[in-house]
Design a binder for this molecule. Structure first.
Ligand code: MRU
Length: 389
């Protein structure tokens, strides 16, 4: 079966699927400069914490491959790359994958082996070090997601004793699938893995207002993959959790993360916190799936997370393809319509923070982290190299 690919890269060429046109149209934008990568991220043609970091890294890689860096020494090439990375880092502030990627890429160019080389060769060594590090981010993300899927499915199976005869239903929020990553996905990757093992009964996805990543993207991915699934509005989650009948008996809510901080508090798409409160009230497990690239050990608690505020039109207007009188969708005719009085004041935080006490498990590519007897998540096992007591 064909796979969904948000990011298509080959050396010197980056194509990014325009997610604002999904599910009706599949259009790839060429991204060949840092400015184009910035714009793609800021306008959310590409979104999702890992995908943002990869597009920023590879957008600059293509720019460098095309000879944009005119520096004549290694030091100047490092300075050029660092200033472009600083610029890209500002495209979206909450998802930490981008800042972590920027730190890693800066380190890679500073570590480039240039001793004894002539200036032109030394400059080339810096550019080569950048390209290798950026391409590695892409390859590593896919491995991470597959591992998250395996660990998450195993943890849930063990919690519930799920078997193909007693499969699990889950609820997910926003889009954390192939479209938000280099492939497979994080929270949706666990859903995929459960499905592949015959352990998934049914997947519910929220619409995820205001930008509808759930109805536009996750619903599309679930249908594309042939996973038994149902779309609900965000406001239906409580009613769903209360019902404990058949497919609707939820085993877990599984979400992604834009930033998990040191105490386990987790920033994710707005509405995640509400789902965690509901899950606790209804005795449903609440699981965060995040690669270690989404973990920020420098920030102590969720109070330190900068939450991106987005434009008012996301609440007061909506885009879509025109529906013909016979019910078919015409992807060639799109329209933007107003859904509210355009003069109303709007508050539009893109993310919220779920306190760690409402989270049962954080699944990473290196294993599943649960709270210790002191009620705290201990990331030392999955991030020994970054952990400090
Ligand atoms: C694997 S994606 C994890 C998160 O980035 C995801 O849950 C999310 O909140 C995405 O928000 P978005 O605003 O669409 O970039």
């Amino acid at each position: 079966m064909a796979t969904l690919q948000a990011i298509k890269y080959s050396p010197g060429q980056l194509l990014v699927l325009d997610q604002l046109r999904l599910p009706h149209e599949h259009h790839y934008d060429p991204v060949s400069t840092a400015e184009e990568a910035f714009d793609s991220i800021r306008t959310m043609r590409v979104r999702g914490a890992p995908a943002i970091a990869i597009v920023a890294a590879l957008g600059l890689a293509v720019e460098l491959s095309n000879g944009a860096c005119t520096a004549s020494t290694a030091d100047d090439a490092v300075a050029y790359i660092e200033s472009r990375l600083d610029y890209l880092k500002e495209s979206r502030p909450t998802a930490v994958d981008l800042s972590n990627a920027v730190a890693k890429l800066k380190q890679a160019v500073r570590d480039a082996k240039v001793d004894g080389l002539a200036p032109a060769e030394a400059k080339q060594a810096v550019l080569d070090a950048y390209l290798a590090a950026a391409e590695q981010l892409l390859a590593k993300d896919l491995d991470n997601n597959t591992a998250i899927g395996t660990h998450g499915a195993a943890w849930l199976q063990q919690q519930y004793g799920a078997t193909p005869d007693r499969p699990l239903s889950i609820l997910t929020h926003c889009n954390t699938g192939s479209l938000a990553t280099s492939g497979h996905g994080t929270a949706l990757g666990i859903v995929r893995s459960l499905h592949a093992q015959g352990l998934l009964r049914h997947a519910y996805c929220t619409e995820t207002r205001p930008y509808n990543q759930g109805s536009r993207l996750t619903a599309f991915e679930l249908v594309f993959e042939g996973i038994p699934s149902t779309l609900i509005t965000d406001s239906m989650a409580a009613a769903l959790m209360r019902l404990r009948r058949g497919d609707m008996a939820l085993g877990a809510v599984i979400v992604g993360a834009d930033r998990v901080v040191r105490n386990g508090d987790t920033a994710n798409k707005i509405g995640t916190y509400a789902l965690a409160v509901l899950a606790r009230h209804h005795g449903v497990k609440f699981v965060v799936a995040a690669p270690t690239t989404s973990i920020d050990l420098e920030t102590e608690t969720g109070d330190g997370i900068v939450i991106e505020e987005r434009k008012r039109e996301e609440l007061t207007q909506i885009s879509g393809a025109v529906v013909n009188p016979d019910g078919s969708v015409d992807p060639s005719r799109t329209a933007r319509v107003a859904t509210a009085d355009q003069r109303i004041n709007v508050w539009n935080p893109g993310f919220d923070v779920t306190p760690h006490d409402l989270i049962d498990a954080i699944v990473t590519e290196r294993g599943t982290v649960v709270k210790g007897a002191d009620g705290r998540f201990d990331f030392s096992k999955v991030l020994p190299e970054r952990w400090r007591w």
